[in-house]
Design a protein around this ligand. Structure first.
Ligand code: PLP
Length: 461
């Protein structure tokens, strides 16, 4: 990248192509438009979650099979969205469908543990090297409960997170995400800003953000917090950031974080809601070789059912085992969810599956990078196992500040429209990445690559 001089994108051309592609998508999705007209009278914004909102209307899906999804207009697309990275197994995987079907006839909920819950915990222990586990129903519940456990374990209140990282929708962590560049604050004293309305500033103030990939900055901030009498209970972070496209940890960064947190008696939580089970059998913990005190899982764990888990050391989980922390939930370890998780772990996410994902992703990243270079686009392709993206930016992005400064958001929006109009179902938003599934093929990946090449050609024509 350093040796290339990328073309400066022509803003008028981007605007023209965006208008053309948006009109084309509108004309291909009349049934989504009609369903939106109906939905918006009952569902707020016509959708089930604010992350599904889209103007002028969302694309409503009807079904999925293998690597493909179909929208309500009958458009068939290769799925690179995969439920925000939950469906690394692909849709309607026969092993998971069979496990869920079998479980349906045996009763779907007891709020009492079943054998599958034990088997899944044993397998997670093997994969992540952490001896104690509990279940939850979503990523947000996982991070919320992990933080409570860390607070109880340390007797401290302050939370340290990475500026720009998303860890779910509860108040502890809906802080310092997605803010404009000029509101970020001083690098050594980043702002604690509630993400959206309804979050008390007093709660946000208990969460302190530091920049990613900067261990000295983390150390300085933690030392100041200690000096101020606010030592942190935990550092919660993704080992590789998955919501600025993808930002990989610089060499030595995670090891330094591990050392700093250990020295200060801080519980290190790797939020593996996106990375866990998707970038290696043992997630980022295995891939990057640094063992945290706790991990949080959700998304891909349930293979399409709402299931999450928290893993931790025996020391950390003492506060759960001795009853001082109530880690609870009616649907925790729900039989359908753990049956799906068991089938996924035992039959789908095998060593061969991870080798297949690595091979496909090398193809995706390599092909996209070759296009970037052939057309001199400002950007680069980056990925790890099932996940990847093309980041449109004249400089490499290492943290939230550089993301806000350099990411070409208009190009990211245009790429999404190109994808949708060319049979590629992709995550909306400028911060997301693709997720491949074990059911994807090289031919599926080439549908993405061809759409990207068409964009590159049209942009530089
Ligand atoms: C890293 C991370 N943690 C937590 C969450 C929250 O998960 P959920 O949406 O299941 O509550 C997300 C969701 O995108 C996430 O990406």
């Amino acid at each position: 990248m350093a040796t290339r001089t990328p073309v400066v994108p022509d803003r008028t051309r981007i605007a023209e192509l965006t208008a053309r592609e948006a009109a084309r998508l509108d004309s291909r999705t009349p049934a989504s438009a009609a369903l939106y007209e109906r939905a918006r009278h009952t569902l707020a914004g016509g959708v089930a979650s604010s992350y599904q909102v889209r103007a002028p209307w969302p694309i409503y899906l009807e079904r999925g099979h293998g690597s493909r999804v179909w929208d309500v207009d009958g458009n068939e697309m290769v799925d690179f969205h995969n439920g925000f990275g939950s469906m690394v197994q692909g849709h309607a995987h026969p092993a998971i469908s069979a496990a869920v079907r079998d479980r349906l006839d045996l009763g779907t909920h007891f709020a009492a543990p079943t054998q599958d819950a034990v088997v899944v915990a044993e397998e997670l222990k093997r994969r992540f090297g952490l001896p104690r586990w509990r279940y939850v129903n979503s990523g947000s519940e996982a991070t919320m409960d992990a933080i409570r456990i860390a607070r109880a374990r340390t007797g401290r209140d302050t939370i340290v997170k990475i500026f720009g990282s998303y860890h779910g929708h509860h108040d502890y962590v809906m802080v310092s995400i997605g803010v404009p560049y000029d509101s970020i604050g001083d690098r050594d004293d980043l702002a604690s800003l509630p993400y959206g309305a309804g979050i008390p500033q007093s709660v946000a103030d208990m969460t302190v953000a530091v920049p990613f990939n900067d261990a000295p900055a983390m150390q300085r901030r933690i030392e100041r917090l200690v000096a101020e009498g606010r030592p942190p209970a935990c550092v919660i972070m993704e080992a590789a950031m998955m919501n600025l496209g993808i930002v990989l940890p610089e060499p030595g960064y995670l090891q330094a974080v591990r050392e700093i947190t250990r020295r200060h008696g801080i519980v290190l939580i790797f939020d593996e809601v996106k990375t866990g089970l998707c970038i290696a059998a043992g997630g980022a913990t295995e891939r990057f070789g640094v063992r945290p005190d706790m991990v949080t899982l959700a998304k891909a764990l349930g293979g399409g059912l709402p299931t999450g888990a928290i893993g931790g050391t025996e020391e950390v989980f003492e506060v759960v085992e001795d009853g001082s922390v109530y880690q609870v939930g009616t649907y925790n370890g729900n039989p359908l969810g753990v049956a799906a998780a068991r089938a996924s772990l035992e039959q789908v996410l095998t060593p061969e599956a991870y080798a297949h994902l690595d091979k496909l992703n090398d193809h995706m990243v390599g092909s996209c990078q070759a296009i970037v270079e052939r057309y001199d686009l400002p950007g680069y392709a980056v990925g790890v196992a099932s996940k990847g993206c093309v980041t449109f930016a004249p400089k490499r992005i290492v943290d939230y500040e550089s993301f806000k400064r350099y990411q070409d958001g208009e190009l990211a929006d245009l790429a999404w429209l190109y994808n949708l109009n060319r049979g590629v179902f992709m995550t909306p938003g400028r911060e997301e990445e693709w997720t491949l599934s074990v059911q994807h093929t090289v031919e599926d990946c080439d549908v993405f690559v061809a759409a990207f090449e068409e964009l590159a050609r049209d942009l530089t024509r």
